[in-house]
Design a binder for this molecule. Structure first.
Ligand SMILES: Nc1ncnc2c1ncn2[C@@H]1O[C@H](COP(=O)(O)OP(=O)(O)OP(=O)(O)O)[C@@H](O)[C@H]1O
Length: 492
C-alpha cells in the first residue's frame, strides 16, 4: 500500500510542530507555499460542511500543495499572504496528565488569535450539503467574529447583535486525530459543549489548521454564558475535563483528540481597572499547561527567585552574625586578658633589671626573684639553712613568700662573663622539663653586685649521697627490712 507523500510529510511535520514554535512552522509554510512545485494548479475551492447554526465562509481558497496548510477565513490569502495569526502549537498538552494545581501560567496564545479584521463579514455563510472538502480535507465551520470593539484578549460574545458585548474567553487548541470524511461539525460542537457542561452557543470555532487528511488542529473560543469571564472553578473544570480526557466524543466524528493549548483570559485586577478604562490593557490570562503539573512557570520562577533570595539573605545574615560574634568574643577576650598581661609585664618590668648598654638580656620565660625575697626566704642566708655545697656555691633551704619550699643556690661570683653564662644557663634551664630534673623556680642576677642565685624546687629527704653513705642508708635498710618498699620517691 502506497502512502501519500502528503500524509508522510504532514505526519513528520506534525511531530516537528510539537517541538518548534509556531513562527517557524508558519515560516516554513510561507516558504512552502511560495515555492510550491505546482504553482500553476489553481487552488481548489473548499466547501464548508453543512451546519445550521454556524456561519461558514462560502469558499475558502486553499493551497492544494500537499503539505501542511493553514486555512483561516479571516486571513484568507486574498492578497496572497500567509495567515497572520496561526494557532499556537508550541505546547502539546498530553491528555491523561491531570492538573495538580490551580495555578495558571501566562497566556501562550495571544489575543490576536481572534479574527483581527472584518473581512469575514464579507464572506456570507452558506448552508452547504457538502460535508467534506472535495480534496478530502474536512473543514469545520468558523465563526465570523469581528472584535474590533473589544479590548485586547476579549472576544465578541455571540448573539450580542449590534451591541459590542465582549467577554474574556478560554481559548482552546485541539488536535483532532481522526476526522471523518464527512464530519458533522454541529454534532461535534454539541457533544463537546455537552461534555464540558456548556451551551453550544458558548463555543466559537475560530481557526483550524490542517495537518493531514484526517488530522486537524482547531482553535476555539469558549465564552462565558454569564458575566464577562469564567470563574476559576469553571475554568478549572473545563481544563480538567480536557486534560483528564473526560470529554468523550463520538469516535466516528473526529476520532480522539489531544489538547494542545488552553488559555484562560481574565479581567485585569481591580487596581488596573482605571488604566484599563484609559487605555486597553491586556487581560491577565492563565495558560493551563498540559504537563502533569499546572504550576505556572512564571510563578515557579518567581517563587524560586524568592527562595534563592531568601536563602541568600539568610546566609548573609548568619555570616554577619558570625562575624559579629567573633568580633565580640575577640574584643571581650582582649579586654579580659589585657589587664593581666599588662599587670604581669609591669610587675616584671618592676623587678627585672632593664638591660642597659652592654648588659645581657634576661630570660623572659623565667621568674625573676628579688634579692630581698630570697634573703627573706633563707632568713638572710643563715647557716642553718644550708642544704649543701657544690662546686659553684652553697645551697640554702628556704620558703618563698607564696609558701613554696625551695633550694636556693648562691653562685660564687663569676664576673661579667659569669653573668652572661649564668643568664644563658637560666635561659636553658627554663626550657628543660623532665620528671628526673629538679625544676628551676626562678633566679636572681645583678651584674653590678655580681650576685647570681638560682632557686630550685626543694627535693625533700636529703641527697642521694646521704642515703648511700650517711645515716639515711640505715633508714633505707630498715625500711627494706620492715617492708617499706624502696621507690623512686625515696631516692633524691
Ligand atoms: N633542689 C635541691 N633540693 C635539696 N637539696 C639540694 C638541692 N640542690 C642541691 N641540694 C643540696 O645541695 C648540695 C649541693 O648541690 P649542688 O648542685 O650545688 O652541688 P652538686 O650537685 O653536689 O655538685 P656540683 O657542684 O658539681 O653540681 C647537694 O649535695 C644537695 O644536698
Amino acid at each position: 500500500m502506497s502512502v501519500p507523500a502528503a500524509s508522510v510529510t504532514a505526519g513528520i511535520l506534525e511531530q516537528v510542530s510539537y517541538r518548534f514554535p509556531k513562527q517557524l512552522m508558519l515560516l516554513w509554510f510561507v516558504i512552502s507555499v511560495t515555492n510550491a512545485d505546482v504553482p500553476d494548479v489553481p487552488p481548489a475551492p473548499l466547501v464548508a460542511p453543512t451546519t445550521r447554526n454556524m456561519p461558514l465562509p462560502a469558499k475558502l481558497p486553499l493551497h492544494q500543495h500537499h503539505h501542511r496548510k493553514y486555512m483561516s477565513p479571516q486571513s484568507a490569502p486574498e492578497a496572497g499572504l500567509a495567515p497572520s495569526s496561526p494557532p499556537y502549537y508550541g505546547h502539546l498538552i498530553t491528555s491523561g496528565h491531570p492538573p495538580t494545581s490551580s495555578n495558571f501560567s501566562k497566556p501562550l496564545m495571544k489575543s490576536g488569535s481572534a479574527p483581527p479584521d472584518g473581512r469575514l463579514e464579507n464572506i456570507a455563510p452558506i448552508q452547504s450539503s457538502a460535508g467534506a472538502i472535495p480534496s478530502g480535507l474536512p473543514q469545520p465551520p468558523l465563526s465570523p467574529i469581528a472584535a474590533d470593539c473589544c479590548k485586547p484578549d476579549m472576544v465578541l460574545k455571540r448573539g450580542s447583535g449590534d451591541d459590542c458585548h465582549c467577554v474574556y474567553p478560554i481559548k482552546i487548541d485541539l488536535l483532532l486525530l481522526n476526522v471523518s470524511q464527512n464530519p458533522n461539525w454541529k454534532l461535534f460542537l454539541e457533544e463537546l459543549a455537552s461534555e464540558l457542561g456548556l451551551r453550544v452557543s458558548q463555543i466559537e470555532l475560530i481557526n483550524f489548521y490542517v495537518l493531514s487528511l484526517s488530522r486537524l488542529n482547531i482553535s476555539m473560543d469558549i465564552t462565558p454564558h454569564a458575566g464577562i469571564s469564567f470563574s476559576a472553578v469553571d475554568a478549572s473544570a473545563i481544563n480538567s475535563s480536557l486534560t483528564m480526557h473526560k470529554v468523550r466524543l463520538d469516535p466516528t466524528l473526529v476520532g480522539d483528540y489531544h489538547l494542545l493549548n488552553i488559555t484562560w483570559f481574565k479581567p485585569p485586577p481591580p487596581s488596573e481597572a482605571p488604566l484599563a478604562s484609559a487605555s486597553p490593557v491586556a487581560a491577565p490570562a492563565y495558560h493551563f499547561p498540559a504537563s502533569t503539573s499546572l504550576s505556572s512557570p512564571s510563578k515557579g520562577h518567581h517563587s524560586n527567585l524568592t527562595l534563592i533570595l531568601g536563602i541568600g539573605a539568610g546566609f548573609l545574615f548568619v555570616a554577619i552574625l558570625f562575624v559579629l560574634i567573633i568580633c565580640l568574643c575577640t574584643s571581650h577576650r582582649g579586654k579580659t586578658e589585657a589587664p593581666p598581661l599588662v599587670t604581669e609585664k609591669r610587675r616584671v618590668e618592676d623587678k627585672v633589671p632593664v638591660a642597659g648598654a652592654g648588659s645581657f638580656p634576661h630570660p623572659s620565660s623565667m621568674r625573676f626573684l628579688t634579692y630581698e625575697e630570697l634573703k627573706e626566704a633563707t632568713n638572710n642566708f643563715e647557716a642553718a639553712s644550708i642544704l649543701g655545697e657544690g662546686g659553684f656555691g652553697r645551697v640554702f633551704k628556704g620558703v618563698l613568700s607564696d609558701g613554696t619550699a625551695v633550694a636556693i643556690k648562691r653562685l660564687t661570683s663569676g664576673g661579667q662573663q659569669g653573668d652572661k653564662e649564668f643568664l644563658v644557663e637560666v635561659e636553658m634551664l627554663s626550657r628543660l622539663h623532665h620528671r628526673n630534673l629538679v625544676k628551676l623556680v626562678g633566679y636572681y642576677s645583678n651584674r653590678d653586685s655580681s650576685q647570681n642565685l638560682l632557686c630550685y624546687e626543694l627535693v625533700p629527704n636529703g641527697s642521694l649521697e646521704a642515703w648511700l653513705h650517711g645515716i639515711h642508708y640505715l633508714f633505707l635498710l630498715s625500711g627494706l627490712v620492715f617492708g617499706e618498699p624502696l621507690n623512686e620517691g625515696n631516692l633524691h
